[in-house]
Design a protein around this ligand. Structure first.
Ligand SMILES: Cc1cc2nc3c(=O)[nH]c(=O)nc-3n(C[C@H](O)[C@H](O)[C@H](O)COP(=O)(O)OP(=O)(O)OC[C@H]3O[C@@H](n4cnc5c(N)ncnc54)[C@H](O)[C@@H]3O)c2cc1C
Length: 356
């Protein structure tokens, strides 16, 4: 960080690389305050690690499952999303599975999930943003390089199209993906990207032709279980049942099977098919030995190479005086709320409302 951030004059143009919740939150603040905002994402839609997988019979959340709220600004945003109907409270029936069996578990924290799928929240944010005349979103557009000239910044997309010029660039991609973009232009930001190491996570899923078998002493409507005891299962971390999420009760039984991070990294280069089978076997091991799973309709797995930061950064966002800035969950603690706060606070800093 070369010097304190100077605020953007009104009507300046900002390109945001990454339309996950951090990039969308940043864009919302900037566009609401008169900046011209263009978001780019390499994926087919917005959402990043809050995206959901749509299959013919069911929708499954394969990134964030649910999130909690600690910050008052984030609570205000959550209240708006609840009113808009794209968010609902979930889960309310949770368990811990350990070698001592399944125990009901409530840590007292209220959690929320997108309704009727996690990506409904980021879709709502993207739609609200692009409804403004001064904001647009380009999906399916990987940005491969930045170029700088006296007119400002240009973005080079993978299809060799150039976008711009822009006065300011915000990169909300995870730091390993931001690194090649900033490296030619800013040593301090590039070095910061390298220190933000990321953990990987495999997220499996399975859709069944019938309900899961009953587990003695466990509410048949259980929604999420966390594996509390590594002795019981070194593979699996969290199981969540997608059809128990708000707005999805018409879909068949569909579980998301999130792997332990150590296991994910040890099996990172395996095929998705092989990983999906191993996660399903791990799931069977936490059920009573007499329990039989219903017939399988479909199974799969998604590899998240950059699932969560391994260390916490002391800043909410980073910037340089030459018009480059970084935000995202890595600049806080790796959760949905952290990502939103990082993007929102960078937006506020860029319009001169606050500086960290
Ligand atoms: C398996 C898993 C489970 C999780 N569970 C929880 C949970 O239960 N609760 C919780 O609070 N958090 C959870 N998280 C974390 C949460 O999902 C993240 O903190 C949050 O979604 C990060 O948002 P972001 O905007 O910072 O980054 P992202 O969502 O990763 O957005 C970055 C975007 O940048 C795009 N991008 C990258 N490079 C380029 C490029 N060169 N050009 C264009 N676009 C690019 C990507 O496509 C992506 O859309 C989980 C994450 C994972 C992976």
């Amino acid at each position: 960080m070369a010097k304190p951030l100077s605020s953007l004059p009104a009507h300046h143009s900002v390109a945001i690389i990454g339309a996950g919740i951090a990039g969308l939150a940043c864009g919302q603040v900037l566009a609401s305050n008169g900046a011209s905002v263009t978001l780019f994402d390499k994926a087919r839609g917005p959402g990043g690690r809050m995206s959901s997988k749509r299959r013919p019979s069911a929708t499954l959340d394969l990134g964030a499952q649910a999130f909690s709220v600690r910050d008052a600004d984030f609570q205000r945003a959550v209240d708006e999303w609840l009113t808009a109907g794209c968010l609902a409270a979930w889960p309310t029936c949770t368990y811990q599975a350990s070698s001592r069996g399944w125990q009901a578990h409530d840590d007292g924290q209220k959690r929320y999930t997108g309704a009727p799928r996690m990506s409904a929240l980021t879709r709502h944010m993207a739609d609200s943003l692009t409804a403004m005349p001064n904001a647009e979103l380009h999906t399916g557009t990987p940005i491969v390089a930045l170029e700088h000239s006296p007119n400002g910044w240009r973005l080079l997309a993978a299809d060799e199209t150039r976008h711009g010029p822009y006065d300011q660039i915000v990169i909300s991609a995870p730091p390993p993906q931001a690194h090649p973009l900033v490296k030619p232009w800013d040593d301090a930001l590039a070095a910061a990207c390298l220190t933000q190491e990321q953990r990987a996570c495999w997220a499996g899923w399975a859709i069944f032709d019938g309900p899961l078998p009953a587990i003695p002493g466990v509410d048949p409507q259980w929604q999420m279980a966390r594996l509390a005891d590594p002795l019981l299962n070194l593979t699996l971390n969290i199981v969540s049942r997608n059809q128990t999420k708000p707005g999805r009760n018409a879909q068949p039984e569909g579980v998301s099977l999130l792997a332990q991070l150590d296991w994910s990294e040890a099996h990172l280069e395996q095929s998705a098919d092989a990983v999906a089978q191993q996660l399903l076997s791990a799931f069977k091991r936490i059920l009573p030995s007499s329990a039989e799973l219903p017939p399988l309709v479909e199974i799969g797995a998604q590899r998240w190479r950059y699932a969560q930061p391994s260390t916490r950064c002391e800043h909410d966002y980073l910037y340089s005086a030459n018009g480059l800035a970084l935000c995202g969950d890595s600049f806080r603690d790796g959760r949905v709320e952290d990502a939103w706060l990082s993007g929102h606070r960078l937006g506020e800093a860029l319009i001169g409302r606050s500086v960290q």
